[in-house]
Design a binder for this molecule. Structure first.
Ligand code: ADQ
Length: 461
C-alpha cells in the first residue's frame, strides 16, 4: 500500500453512521465503514442532530480502529443545505431527473456555509500525514474550503451517485462553481467509466477551458488533478456467510411456509424516485398479464423503507406506490394468493441477505443509480448450487460489471416482464454458469479492492 500504511485515513460524509445494534447502514455507509475498519482512522460528519442556537463542540467516540467525530448543525442551515440544495437540486440533477429539480440561491448559500463549517471543525483534528477522503455530493465544496484554509494534505473525493453530461449539468445555475470546487481535489473518483467521461466532457467544454492529459489527469481552474474510476464493491464472503447463517432462522421459515412452492421475486430499495419502484410494479403487472402461467405461482416482495420523510416528492411517491400495489393486488389476487407484498420498512442486514438467498429472482430496476449495492449483495448471497437470477436495469452502475445478469430497460414494461419470465425459466446449468462468472467479477472488484485502489491513488502524487 506504499505510504498509505502509515497515514491516517480521515473519511468525511454528510452523515456518520455510528454502529448501533439492530440498525443497518445504507449504501455509502457500508463502503466507508468497511474502508475505515480495514485501514483505521476517523469518520467525520454530521451527528444527525440540529440545534436552534450555535452548534456545540464536536463529539468523539471510538469503536475498534475507528474514531467517530461528529458535529451538530444549525437547524435552518441544515434544512436549506440538506433538504434544499443537496436533495432538491443536486440529487435529481445528478440522476438526470430534471422534472424533480429546483434551485434557490439561498439554499446554495447555506450549502456553501455548511461546507465551510465542516472545514472549520475538521481542521483542528488534522495531522500532517493524514489522507483526507470526502464522500458524495453533499460535500462538493469541502476540499476547496479546506484548501482555502491552508490544508496541504492530499484530499480525494468520491461520488457515489452518477455524474450527468454537460447538457444536464448546466441546468444548475452554479455549475461552474461546482466544477471549480471539484478541481481543488487531488483525486476525483467515480463509479463507472460513463460518469468519468461525462465529467471529462464537462471540464473540457469551451466555457470551462479544462484540458485532458494523456495520462487521464485534468488541468482546469489553474489546477491539475486525477479523475478516475473506482467501482464500489461489497464484501462477498461476508454476504455469503450472513446469508447462510440466517437462512434457517424463524422469520425465514415463516416466509418459506407462506410462499408454499411459489417462486419469490425480491426488490429491496430505499423509497426513492430514482429507484423506479412504480415502473417496477407495472413491469410485474405486465408479467402477470403476458404470462398467465405465472399467476398464483410467483410472489413479488418489495421492501422499501421511507427516506427523507417530509420532502414533498418522497411523501408523494410513497402514496403512488401504495396505490399501484393495491391496484395490482386488487386486479390479480386470488383467495389464497397475493401477488405483491409491499413492506414499507427497513430490515436487518442479516434478514435481508437470507431473504436474497431464498429469492429465485432479484429485481433491481432503478431508473438511475451510481452503482446499486443491492444487485451485488443479491448475487453474493445465492447458493452456488442453485442460484437465483438478477434482473438488472441497464441504467445503474452495477450493470457495467454484472453483464451476465438479465439486463432490462426499466422504462420498458414489456421488456421487464420478458426479463422476469426469462429469469424464472432459466435452466439450472445456465443459472450456475452466470452466477459463477458474476461472483468472479464481484470478488475481483470487492470492497477491499475499492478502498485499496482509492487510497493508493490518493497517496501517489
Ligand atoms: P443507495 O442509494 O442507498 O446508495 P444501494 O447502493 O443499493 O443504494 O445501497 C443500499 C444499501 O442499503 C445496501 O447495502 C442495502 O442492503 C441496504 N438497504 C437497502 N434497503 C434496505 C432496507 N429496506 N433495509 C435495510 N437495508 C437496506 C448510494 C448510491 C448507490 C451506490 C451506493 C454506494 O445511490 O448508487 O451504490 O451509494 O456507493
Amino acid at each position: 500500500m506504499g505510504g498509505s500504511a502509515v497515514s491516517r485515513l480521515i473519511a468525511i460524509s454528510n452523515r456518520v453512521a455510528v454502529p448501533k445494534a439492530g440498525k443497518s447502514a445504507g449504501g455509502l455507509a457500508v463502503g466507508v465503514l468497511s474502508a475505515l475498519a480495514e485501514h483505521g482512522g476517523i469518520w467525520f460528519g454530521w451527528s444527525g442532530k440540529t440545534t436552534e442556537t450555535e452548534p456545540s463542540e464536536t463529539k468523539r467516540s471510538r469503536s475498534g480502529k475507528i474514531e467517530f467525530v461528529t458535529i451538530d448543525l444549525n437547524a435552518d442551515d441544515f434544512e436549506a443545505y440538506y433538504n434544499g440544495f443537496s436533495n432538491n437540486s443536486l440529487w435529481p440533477l445528478l440522476h438526470f431527473m430534471l422534472g424533480y429539480f429546483s434551485f434557490r440561491r439561498s439554499q446554495y448559500a447555506a450549502y456553501c456555509r455548511v461546507n465551510e463549517f465542516f472545514a472549520r471543525r475538521l481542521i483542528p483534528i488534522l495531522e500532517p500525514d493524514d489522507l483526507i477522503w470526502v464522500h458524495d455530493y453533499h460535500l462538493f465544496p469541502l476540499g476547496a474550503s479546506l484548501r482555502q484554509a491552508g490544508v496541504v494534505q492530499p484530499i480525494g473525493f468520491f461520488l457515489h451517485v452518477p455524474f450527468p453530461n454537460f447538457d444536464v449539468l448546466r441546468a444548475l445555475p452554479c455549475y461552474t462553481q461546482i466544477l471549480n470546487a471539484l478541481a481543488a481535489y487531488n483525486v476525483v473518483g467515480f463509479q463507472t467509466d460513463r460518469d468519468l467521461w461525462s465529467f471529462q466532457d464537462c471540464m473540457t467544454q469551451p466555457e470551462i477551458g479544462g484540458r485532458l492529459h494523456d495520462d487521464g489527469r485534468i488541468t482546469a481552474f489553474g489546477r491539475t488533478f486525477k479523475a478516475e474510476v473506482f467501482p464500489i464493491g461489497i464484501d462477498v464472503e461476508e454476504c455469503q456467510r450472513v446469508a447462510v447463517e440466517n437462512f434457517e432462522n424463524e422469520e425465514l421459515m415463516r416466509l418459506g411456509a407462506s410462499l408454499e412452492n411459489r417462486k419469490l421475486i425480491i426488490g429491496v430499495d430505499r423509497l426513492d424516485y430514482s429507484k423506479g419502484l412504480e415502473l417496477r410494479f407495472r413491469g410485474f403487472e405486465t408479467l402477470l398479464e403476458s404470462y398467465p402461467a405465472t399467476r398464483g405461482c410467483v410472489t413479488f416482495m418489495q421492501i422499501a423503507p421511507p427516506t427523507r420523510a417530509g420532502v414533498r416528492t418522497y411523501d408523494q411517491i410513497r402514496g403512488e406506490l401504495e396505490k399501484a400495489a393495491g391496484n395490482i393486488n386488487g386486479r390479480f389476487a386470488q383467495i389464497d394468493w397475493m401477488p405483491i407484498r409491499y413492506l414499507n420498512r427497513g430490515y436487518s442486514r442479516e434478514l435481508l441477505m437470507a431473504i436474497f438467498r431464498r429469492a429465485a429472482v432479484g429485481l433491481v430496476t432503478p431508473i438511475r443509480d451510481g452503482m446499486n449495492l443491492v444487485a451485488k449483495e443479491y448475487v453474493a448471497s445465492q447458493d452456488p448450487k442453485d442460484p437465483g437470477v438478477p434482473v438488472l436495469s441497464t441504467l445503474c452502475g452495477a450493470a457495467r460489471e454484472l453483464t451476465d445478469a438479465v439486463l432490462v430497460n426499466p422504462f420498458d414494461r414489456q421488456g421487464v416482464a420478458d426479463g422476469l419470465q426469462k429469469a424464472i425459466e432459466m435452466p439450472l446449468h445456465e443459472r450456475r454458469a452466470i452466477h459463477a462468472s458474476m461472483i468472479a467479477t464481484l470478488r475481483k472488484n470487492d470492497i477491499h479492492a475499492w478502498t485499496r485502489r482509492f487510497i493508493e491513488s490518493l497517496s501517489t502524487p
